[in-house]
Design a protein around this ligand. Structure first.
Ligand code: COA
Length: 485
């Protein structure tokens, strides 16, 4: 007779056997779910989306009652906790999603803590003239519904929370179904910070089991005044067609051009550093390279000197069959290629093993020479795989790079010292972020000037979002007074 042991029973048996053998019970694996972590219940995480919205509305009322100084106190504690707990959230993120790298995810949390703008981002605008004074202020929307991704889960929850709270909003989150524990850990962290600052014990909220159905409750609830979606194409589309004011941050496919005036050694290193950051999960990361033919060999050598492994075109085709899979749309029956979820954000070493190539831990990126038509150029893989296409001149480079970006207008990169070439590409590609002569992450303030965000709203135009993106403008007019000149 077969016995169906539960996971808990199996763990109990293993522990008692181990204790008998070694005198010690094995070290417990961290236990987590959408509702809690290691036996500790998350604060602000509800079974029912309606309860989560009630809580976020109460949070909004509490924020409205706070002075700017009090809001800033909460935000400063969020920053402190985010720095302190960055390694925990990074490990949890990798463990739960099986994507990315713990060291890079730790760095991303510290970036969020250090470079997400707070209340100083909210500024009023004043116009004075013959008729008096008109003041325009950046006011909160109310309760914001925030859809967050699996690629940068807790980073996005914390970054959005800082901006949304600074702007005076309440927030309810609907995290990606594959990153619930990590995202809700961050929701709990925000609420702990609020309590430590003397604010309400629940300032922001979420649900134990987010799905598209719970998201739909959020879309329809009249108390949600703004929707902010950071995610894959499907979920961004659903938010933009919700009929509500929405901010959408979706897909990109960032091209890189390297011309023959660039510092080639530096370009090779910068491109590999950017492409491999968190195993290519940030949507700004380098996805395909267009290199002038006369410097392509030198560029490939520079990449190889920085942890890249060059595969043949046959191996590239073999790998393409594994990292991209065919999907049939159940409604239309149309077949298309999508990325294999099990390969997204994996180490280069693990991906190479899938085609029978075994390398050491120093290899962090797979490079290959391909044609422009190759799937590695056309599809956004979000893996440390970088195709390189040789081009004759700047005209061909710009024309192909613009096509490969597919009109997402998200992010593009260029390595060059020719100001005309740099300007021509920037004008042609029209992306929200354009990085010159640096790794892609300089575009989100990591080793570059400017603030950070993981919600890059190209489709709806807010760009590199910050507190002011989550506000509505309100005008107050005082007639015939207050002009002192
Ligand atoms: N809440 C509820 N449902 C969500 C969700 C959320 N926050 N996010 C995604 N979903 C849904 C999707 O709509 C989809 O539903 P469907 O199967 O009914 O269409 C399902 O969950 C799976 O979504 P998706 O994330 O697209 O698929 P995946 O898990 O197989 O893919 C990735 C993983 C990483 C490829 C994908 O999430 C992606 O492209 N992410 C990029 C995210 C990003 O960072 N974008 C913004 C950059 S600025």
């Amino acid at each position: 007779m077969a016995i169906n042991w539960t996971d808990a029973q199996i763990e109990e048996i293993v522990a008692s056997v181990m204790k008998g053998l070694t005198g010690e019970a094995p070290k417990a694996k961290p236990q987590y779910c959408g509702a809690g972590y290691n036996g500790k219940k998350y604060i602000g995480v509800y079974e029912d989306m309606n309860d989560a919205i009630d809580a976020a509305e109460a949070g909004y009322r509490a924020i409205r009652a706070m002075s700017l100084e009090e809001r800033e106190k909460v935000i400063n504690i969020i920053r402190d906790l985010c720095r302190k707990e960055a390694p925990t959230m990074a490990s949890l993120g990798v463990d739960e999603t099986k994507m990315g790298r713990v060291d890079h995810k730790t760095a991303k949390h510290i970036l969020v803590a250090d470079k997400t703008p707070g209340t100083s981002d909210i500024v009023a605008d004043v116009k004075t003239g013959d008729y008096g004074l008109t003041l325009t202020e950046m006011a909160p929307f109310g309760v914001v519904g925030s859809i967050t991704p699996s690629t940068n889960p807790s980073e996005t929850v914390i970054c959005n929370s800082i901006g949304m709270i600074a702007a005076g909003n309440g927030v309810v989150f609907n995290p990606h179904p594959n990153a619930i524990a990590t995202s809700n850990y961050a929701v709990d962290l925000i609420n702990r910070a609020s309590a430590m600052a003397g604010g309400p014990s629940v300032l922001v909220s979420s649900v134990v089991k987010p799905t598209l159905d719970t998201a739909s409750i959020m879309y329809k609830d009249p108390r949600i005044r703004l929707l902010v979606c950071t995610g894959g194409p499907g979920v961004v589309k659903s938010v933009l067609s919700s009929g509500k004011k929405a901010i959408g941050a979706g897909a990109g496919n960032p091209p890189v051009i390297v011309d023959d005036t660039a510092d080639i050694k530096k370009a090779g290193k910068d491109i590999i550093d950017g492409c491999t950051f968190d195993n290519n999960l940030p949507c700004i990361a380098e996805k395909e390279v267009f290199a002038f033919a006369n410097i392509a060999d030198e560029l490939i050598d520079a990449m190889k000197a920085n942890g890249a492994y060059l595969i043949s075109s046959q191996d590239a085709d073999k790998l393409a069959k594994i990292v991209l899979v065919e999907k049939t749309n159940p409604k239309t029956g149309i077949k298309s290629k999508i990325v294999n979820r099990d390969c997204v954000g994996r180490d280069a070493k693990v991906l190479l093993e899938k085609i029978g190539i075994y390398v050491g831990n120093d290899i962090r990126c797979i490079i290959c020479e391909t044609s422009f038509e190759h799937e590695f150029v056309q599809e956004e893989l979000m893996m440390p795989i970088l195709p390189i296409v040789r081009v004759k001149n700047i005209d061909e480079a710009i024309s192909l790079a613009v096509k490969a970006e597919h009109g997402n207008r998200h992010t593009a990169h260029m390595h060059s010292k020719n100001i005309d070439n740099l300007t021509r590409f920037a004008r042609a590609v029209e992306t929200t972020i354009f990085v010159k002569n640096a790794p892609s992450y300089a575009g989100i303030g990591f080793g570059g000037e400017g603030h950070t965000t993981f919600t890059i709203a190209g489709p709806t135009g807010e760009g590199i979002t910050s507190a002011r993106s989550f506000t509505r403008k309100r005008r107050c007019v005082l007639s015939e007074s207050f002009r002192i000149i």
